[in-house]
Design a binder for this molecule. Structure first.
Ligand SMILES: [Zn+2]
Length: 193
């Protein structure tokens, strides 16, 4: 059986870099991979996974209504897949995580999901909640707070660099930025400046 993996972290911890490196390791050995990334809008077709250090790769875009078991099975019958990688996995729906679990169990293909654990208010994303519940293997990709402790939380900043406490879980096309903090400094709203 394949396994379902969830590699989770805060913002700016290098998730996409880690994903692209892992996918490259498969490709280097002549194996076939399928890369998926969440779409925030109604675009379909090809997308791109980009990392802060400049690595990029083409990926299929998925929307919340897409059946990912069918998507992967179709791709698999086309070009026998050795692994599936999912970026922005926090945006998967509960159903899609179950579909990916079936990819691992029924198609025997490992599925590596990468995403944020919690939002800026410290609440689980739907995809992350389902992955924490269903994944065979959980791994934290670590980064640090300005104080040197492990960062486990994400703060949303407005255009002036102030922490925002209220708002939607996902903002499309806004000017927000995000910073990763340890829980203590996240609770205190202390950006260390
Ligand atoms: Zn701290």
């Amino acid at each position: 059986m394949g396994k379902l993996y969830f590699n989770y972290s805060t913002m700016n911890a290098g998730k996409s870099t880690t994903l692209l490196q892992a996918a490259y390791n498969y490709q280097e050995r002549g194996m076939t991979t399928l890369l998926l990334i969440a779409s925030f809008d109604e675009r379909a077709g090809r997308g791109r996974i980009g990392s802060r250090i400049g690595l990029t790769a083409e990926a299929d875009i998925f929307r919340s209504e897409d059946d990912l078991f069918t998507h992967v099975r179709t791709a698999h019958s086309d070009r026998s897949l050795d692994a599936v990688f999912v970026d922005e996995a926090q945006f998967l729906t509960d159903s899609q995580v179950r579909q990916l679990a079936r990819v691992a169990d029924e198609l025997n293909i490992p599925v590596m999901c990468y995403g944020l654990r919690t939002d800026f208010q410290g609440k689980l994303f739907p995809g992350s909640a389902a992955l924490l519940a269903l994944a065979d293997n959980l791994k934290e990709i670590k980064t640090i707070c300005w104080c040197g402790r492990k960062a486990t939380m994400v703060a949303r900043l407005d255009q002036s660099g102030r922490i925002v406490a209220e708002g939607k879980q996902v903002v499309i096309g806004g000017n927000e930025t995000y910073v990763s903090l340890c829980r203590n400094h996240w609770t205190q709203g202390d950006l260390g400046k």
